[in-house]
Ligand binder design. Structure first.
Ligand code: ADP
Length: 505
């Protein structure tokens, strides 16, 4: 290139004319370029296209459709025929089989060139290799399918909201839960209005509105109406998706069913409350102190009033009015004592609870979880050997839990802190054809006097009341079972009881 000459001039120097230059360019192009006559017979094929199809320089009789992959043939040849007939631009995507037997995707575009009478005189075209683009498209399609499969298979409910809170997508699991027809998107919004429990509509909508306005994450528990008309507790979360400028473009939400968990926690809380009441009632040593305190006061008053009464009556002349007043106070104090005694009796009166079908292993595990703090505080190791295939028992679950609490506590107390092996083994198993057997085995001191432990008020503990084992035995017997104690051969003691299995209907 000589200095100062404009570029365009350089390209046209010498005796080359434009047509020649164009041909040179086309020959040098790495892409496929071709020309055909008005009937579609090829008149020119550039070297890179010749190379692809393994053609010698002659392109006589070259029929490109022969090289179209079988599956794409019908569509490509129909379009080619159509263009030849109508003169419309030809455009097609198809696989072309090369000389090496490989087929690659190409996008072919052919334009007609027209003579002065506007008739098609020739076709000029180009095949662009789009193999990599197609592979990327296929990959993307496969990814999309995989992703939507994942979204549907994930064992949670997923949904998507617009920045102003419109639901635009729910996954299949959520649609099935709500009984939604996913092919009908209009049902989505209507169900969104009715799916929350009436008590949760207000708090959920307030919180969601706040999160949508502030961009804070949404996290709540609420009840959703399942397709069968049952409300179930859910734990829901939603997070905003932001663009590069930080604007919220979408919200993604996830919620999962926590109904079973909520029920289990509620049941555990209920039994913990009952157990706490029962344990309180059974805490006889504390109770005896308060009984003494409550009864001592009116008794002291009775003594003082009877003294006063006799003094008023023994003076001369006797003060009958004062004596009557003192006697009336004595009567009031007696009523107070009677009330205290009545209250204590009510406390001990165990109102029969309805019996329920229970899995004994479940009850044992519940008690262990309720006593976990106490067990941890005494560094006792608990080993359980629970037979998993026990039939259910029909029991007053609170009573059975009380029995278990008593036996476990006695066992822990029997292994004082100096005992390095504080091991308590709890077993459940069949006891013959019609009962299950439960045993609590400790590595403690053992029973000093096993024959006497069921006597009321027999205790060897300074703070004991000696009522635990008699009460446990009477509770077990009221269920038709037996409770007994024995010393282990080497160390410690075992307390065992049976419960009849529920008779099959
Ligand atoms: P308390 O625990 O208030 O003494 P219990 O009726 O539960 O009342 O127990 C009576 C007595 O039986 C206890 O004082 C203790 O001497 C003995 N005992 C109970 N359980 C065990 C055990 N696991 N190992 C050794 N002795 C026990």
């Amino acid at each position: 290139m000589s200095e100062g000459k404009p570029l365009s001039r350089v390209d046209f120097q010498g005796d080359r004319d434009l047509a020649e230059l164009a041909r040179d360019l086309v020959e040098a192009l790495p892409g496929h370029v071709w020309s055909a006559d008005r009937d579609g017979q090829f008149t020119y094929i550039n070297p890179s296209m010749q190379e692809y199809f393994g053609l010698e320089s002659s392109k006589e009789g070259f029929d490109w459709l022969e090289h179209v992959y079988t599956e794409d043939y019908d569509a490509a040849s129909a379009k080619w025929r159509h263009s030849l007939q109508t003169g419309e631009i030809f455009e097609s995507e198809h696989r072309l089989t090369g000389a090496n037997g490989e087929h690659r995707w190409f996008r072919t575009k052919g334009r007609p060139s027209r003579d002065t009478l506007h008739r098609v005189a020739a076709w000029h075209g180009q095949n662009v290799d789009i193999e990599d683009q197609k592979a990327a498209e296929e990959e993307l399609k496969a990814r999309t399918v995989e992703l939507s499969l994942l979204v549907d298979m994930v064992p949670s409910h997923l949904w998507r909201l617009t920045p102003d809170g419109m639901t635009t997508l729910v996954n299949k699991r959520m649609a099935d839960f709500l009984g939604l027809d996913l092919s009908n998107v209009s049902t989505l919004e209507s169900v969104m209005d009715t799916m929350f429990h009436p008590d949760d509509v207000e708090p959920v909508s307030t919180e969601l509105t706040r999160c949508l306005a502030t961009g804070d994450s949404f996290s709540m528990r609420y009840r959703l109406l399942r397709a069968d008309g049952v409300f179930r507790w859910m734990s829901g979360r939603a997070e905003p998706l932001r663009d590069q400028e930080g604007n919220i473009v979408q919200w993604f939400g996830l919620c999962h069913d926590i109904e079973d968990q909520v029920q289990a926690t509620a049941a555990l809380r209920r039994s913990a409350e009952k157990l706490a009441q029962a344990t309180q009632a059974a805490n006889l040593s504390q109770l005896s102190a308060s009984i003494a305190h409550e009864i001592n006061q009116p008794l002291a008053a009775i003594a003082a009033d009877s003294d006063a009464c006799s003094r008023w009556l023994s003076i001369d002349p006797p003060n009958v009015e004062r004596g009557k007043l003192a006697a009336a106070r004595i009567a009031e104090d007696v009523v107070a004592v009677t009330n205290v005694v009545g209250r204590i009796r009510a406390l001990f009166q165990h109102k029969p609870q309805p019996r329920t079908v229970e899995d004994i292993n479940h009850l044992i595990n519940e008690v262990l979880s309720l006593m976990s703090d106490e067990i941890a505080a005494t560094t006792t190791r608990i080993d359980t050997e629970l037979n998993p295939s026990l039939p259910p028992v029909l029991v007053d679950r609170v009573q059975v839990q009380q029995v278990l609490v008593n036996l476990i506590r006695n066992g822990i107390q029997a292994m004082d802190s100096t005992n390095p092996m504080r091991l308590l083994r709890i077993k459940s198993d069949r006891d013959g054809p019609s009962a299950v057997g439960i045993s609590v085995e400790d590595s403690g001191s053992g029973f000093g006097d096993p024959d006497r432990v069921f006597e009321p008020f027999f205790t060897t503990k300074s703070t004991g009341m000696g009522m635990g084992l008699p009460i446990c035995r009477s509770m077990v017997e009221s269920h038709g079972g037996r409770l007994w104690v024995k010393n282990n051969e080497t160390v410690g003691a075992t307390v065992a009881f049976t419960l009849p299995i529920e008779a099959p209907n």
